[in-house]
Design a protein around this ligand. Structure first.
Ligand code: FMN
Length: 302
């Protein structure tokens, strides 16, 4: 059987498939189940200093297996979520990556608290609701980095206007990137009702799932050419072969959200098994053999 293990950000992973922040990891039960059912790590839903208040409904299926959502961050207090994370720490031995947001002050406060109370293996911060200019995001990165000792990962949003510039500048601050978040604003609705299908202002939402995958894969390829730091690929992954493509295009690890919203916590382990089967049947002994393979083939051509 192919070797799926690796060491990234100084953390050992038994396999490269883990949850992405979302409702699939909004409580300890779902996070623990992810680890028990084969994920290589646990990632939490993003939480902040103030609970979110999301308009209902927050999710709606759209074309080609895609999902539209207007969910923001956790709709619960950070005090309650720390309690959930403590349970995850007690009941699982897989690496724990905790997702937080949003301002420089928020992440400094939550980062220090997490290190004291939970000791996560890494902290991911979302850039989804922190505007479209680079400097404020670099300040958030600096603030979190100077508040904690654990690796800090910047989660990138695909619609960020100067995403390459952001990665170039942030590369010397953070320890890695997560690419990408959902894309939008996007729209779909039932023409018979001719009304918004999401609770947002005009029914707009963020698009995730298979229709996002070619965009995410393209960004992982482009950004891994710029970043010296490892990238976790995310966007539309629902099978082992999808994970293979992300690893070949420059990702070191992968995350899964929408497929797990549909398929439950067993999804991560199923994708890891699919990855292992693909490696076996194509004659590869480990994920290390396929990492960056697509990029290297492109370079050989030029
Ligand atoms: C309902 C929903 C809620 C999400 N919430 C978060 C979040 O709290 N923080 C975050 O960084 N990303 C969030 N995301 C984005 C996912 O983590 C992921 O980056 C994106 O959906 C693309 O991956 P996927 O196609 O596997 O879903 C959310 C996605 C969905 C569908």
């Amino acid at each position: 059987m192919a070797d799926l293990s690796s060491e990234v950000f100084g953390i050992k992973f038994r396999n490269p498939v883990m949850p992405a922040a979302g409702p699939n990891v909004k409580n300890s039960g779902l996070m623990i189940a992810a680890a028990e059912k084969g994920a290589g790590a646990v990632v939490s839903k993003t939480f902040s200093v103030k609970p979110a208040e999301d308009p209902r409904p927050t999710m709606k299926k759209t074309v080609s297996g895609g999902l539209l959502n207007c969910e923001t961050w956790l709709e619960d207090s950070y005090e309650n979520f720390l309690y959930e994370l403590k349970k995850v720490r007690q009941e699982t031995s897989e690496p724990l990556i905790v997702s937080i947001g949003y301002s420089a002050d928020d992440v400094a406060f939550l980062g220090s608290l997490l290190e004291k109370e939970i000791q996560p293996d890494a902290i991911e911060f979302s850039t989804h609701y922190t505007g479209s200019s680079i400097d404020p995001l670099l300040k958030v990165a600096d603030s979190l980095k100077s508040s904690v000792k654990v690796p800090v990962l910047m989660k990138l949003s695909p619609g960020f206007p100067a995403i390459e510039e952001l990665v170039r500048e942030a590369d010397s601050i953070v320890d890695g990137f997560v690419a990408v978040n959902s894309i939008g604003p996007a729209l779909d609705f039932d023409p018979v009702k001719c009304r918004p299908s999401l609770g947002s202002e005009w029914g707009q939402g963020w698009l995730s799932g298979p229709p996002l995958m070619p965009i995410a894969l393209g960004l992982v390829y482009r950004l891994s050419e710029i970043a010296a730091k490892p990238i976790i690929g995310v966007g539309g992954i629902s099978s082992g072969i999808d994970a293979v493509k992300f690893l070949m295009a420059g990702a070191s690890l992968v995350q899964v959200c929408t497929a797990a919203i549909h398929g439950g916590p067993a999804t991560y382990g199923q994708i890891a098994s699919g990855l292992s089967e693909w490696l076996d049947s194509n004659g590869y002994a480990s994920i290390a053999e396929i990492r960056n393979m697509y990029k290297e083939n492109i370079k050989k051509r030029s």
